[in-house]
Design a protein around this ligand. Structure first.
Ligand code: HEM
Length: 393
């Protein structure tokens, strides 16, 4: 297996990881990335196959469960009940309960709310140059996920703070301070959810918390701990990636001078898929190996881990013509940005809808929007996203 070395915090890599992904892909179907201490797959076919292959999964195989230090216990008390970290029966049960509550009717019904939130944010844009991330990209997803779940929207800023602290644990170079902050946020977030769920038991409404409470009260389907974790997972996963997909989408559309017709009703779906392929917000997911086996010509042992580079798979020239070109007319193939297989993103229809409503409204109401500074990506590789997006409207 060929070996490659590059820090995921390397400034050039942070701003543009794709040239390094090309090197990895040219090195073989599976290569070793020394700085991550991980064999990684960067080709489209390999990533797509691994995501669907039951020899691999997200939950540690028996005997390989990592030791959890005391200062991270509170964080893992939440993670232990997360469908994203489970396989088998518990994953299927939790996922199907969420999918049952996450109906396409309920998602579609959010269109007027999305329009209202987007318009409200645009109304507040200042006259001088400003950062579109906090003013827009961060706020649309958190406010809509609050409405979908049935959590007060005034909690948005607090939820963002907790969520940012928790997901920072997935940063490759995390420190003790990051871990302690994540555990503190997990404790506060779950205390809030517990008391909020208690309060909501006697006040049913047409929202996800009500559906999840019903599943919890309906016999053995959902324990209270699972209910709390599922709410936290949906609130966190429900906005972190979407924030960056919106920010990057605006950057790409402006930098590429994309004609506005590509945001029209009949063309926007193709544009969204191309935006998500071209520069997705999540680049690396890991899988445990469940049996001694071989994959892509490499021997693997039970208890090994492999890394799947979703962002690299989307730029594989064996799959995509001229992959580094942003082309909203591209005949859409399935990009890997939402994953595949049993963990395929539950929120994909909502994320797509948020982009479908927010982007055309932004460009329609701010026809003269332009970048005032080159956009800067943040050095938080678990999310490939912008630290700043300075614009004038
Ligand atoms: C553009 C925005 C988004 C992107 C790029 C994205 C991407 C992903 C990816 C790649 C996975 C699979 C992880 C893996 O296989 O290891 C995933 C899983 C998941 N996503 Fe998303 N996501 C987005 C938005 C959302 C939203 C809006 C929600 C919820 C409202 C959400 C909820 C989830 C959940 C619950 C899972 C776990 C599913 C499971 O384990 O069965 N995501 N997402």
């Amino acid at each position: 297996m060929k070996r490659f070395a590059l820090s995921p915090s390397d400034p050039d890599f942070v701003q543009n990881p794709y040239p390094f992904y090309d090197l990895l892909r040219a090195g073989g179907k599976m290569v070793f990335w020394e700085d991550l201490n991980l064999p990684v797959v960067a080709g489209y076919d390999g990533v797509s196959m691994a995501l669907r292959d039951t020899r691999f999964g997200r939950e540690a195989p028996e005997g390989f469960e990592p030791d959890i230090p005391a200062h991270l216990r509170a964080f893992y008390d939440i993670e232990d009940h997360s469908m994203l970290e489970l396989e088998g029966e518990r994953h299927t049960r939790l996922r199907s309960l969420v999918l049952r509550a996450f109906t396409s009717r309920r998602i579609k019904a959010l269109i007027p709310d999305l329009e209202e939130i987007t318009n409200d944010l645009i109304d507040r844009f200042p006259d001088e140059e400003f950062d579109l991330m906090p003013a827009f990209a961060k706020m649309v997803p958190v406010r809509i996920i609050c409405r979908l779940l049935g959590v007060p929207e005034e909690m948005s800023d607090q939820l963002l703070t907790w969520s940012n602290a928790m997901v920072a644990v997935y940063t490759p170079n995390r420190t003790r301070a990051i871990e302690e902050a994540a555990s503190k946020a997990a404790t506060e977030f779950s205390d809030f959810m517990r008391s909020y769920v208690e309060e909501r038991r006697s006040k049913p409404a047409d929202d996800l918390i009500t559906s999840l409470i019903a599943a919890e009260q309906d016999g053995e389907k959902l324990t209270t701990d699972e209910l709390i974790t599922t709410c936290i997972l949906l609130l966190n996963a429900g906005h972190e990636a979407t924030v960056h997909s919106l920010g990057i989408a605006v950057k790409t559309l402006l930098e590429q001078n994309t004609p506005r017709e590509f945001l029209s009703d009949d063309k926007i779906d193709g544009s969204i898929e191309e935006l998500l392929r071209f520069d997705p917000p999540l680049h690396l997911f890991q899988r445990w190996v469940y049996e001694d086996t071989s994959f892509l010509g490499q021997p693997l042992k039970r208890g090994d881990k492999i890394g799947l580079l979703l962002g690299a798979a989307n730029r594989d020239d064996d799959t995509w013509d001229d992959p580094d070109r942003f082309d909203p007319t591209r005949k859409v193939k399935q990009n890997t940005s939402f994953g595949a297989g049993i963990h395929f993103c539950v929120g994909a229809p909502l994320a797509r809808l948020e982009m479908r409503v927010a982007l055309p409204l932004l460009f329609e109401r701010c026809p003269n929007i332009y970048l005032t500074d080159p956009p800067v990506y943040a050095d938080t590789w678990h999310f490939h996203g912008l630290a700043r997006l300075m614009v004038h409207v």
